[in-house]
Design a protein around this ligand. Sequence first.
Ligand code: FES
Ligand code: FES
Length: 161
Amino acid sequence: MTSLRLQVNGQPVVTDIQPNTLLLDLLRGPLGLTGTHCGCDTGQCGACTVLLDDMAVKSCTLLALQAQDRHVATVEGLADATGKRHPLQEAFMACHGLQCGFCTPGILMAACGLLKSVAQPSEAQIVDALEGNLCRCTGYVNIVTAVQQAALAMAPSGGSR
Ligand code: FES
Ligand code: FES
């Protein structure tokens, strides 16, 4: 076993893990954060996307130890402390950006990572940022529209955070 220390959704986590534990398995297992989904376990679907120091990563392709002393954000941390949904969550609801919802946590986190680096992305930038996230039931038009709407809502004049 190896000692691991990191922050998850702003909370310190200290635990002992096997050195070959995947970040996805740490999140879904010991940490109980099952909003991060496992769709393929081979880096292809994006359902397991989380933020590692604000960068979108596929948690099935990372060892948990690679998050040592870093900050991981999952879909559970998107809403604020009062439970108020993130503008991305509001926009996905308003724009019908999901159906079954299996892909949605990963897409939300990929979009969140994009908006942290590009406040008002172009359609092409959104498509590019989401190219590693597969959705098999919604289609991508409403998803892209939702990200655009969230970006507008998060702009200083948009009246949200
Ligand atoms: S579960 Fe990680 S990319 Fe599919
Ligand atoms: S909403 Fe069903 S896979 Fe995307």
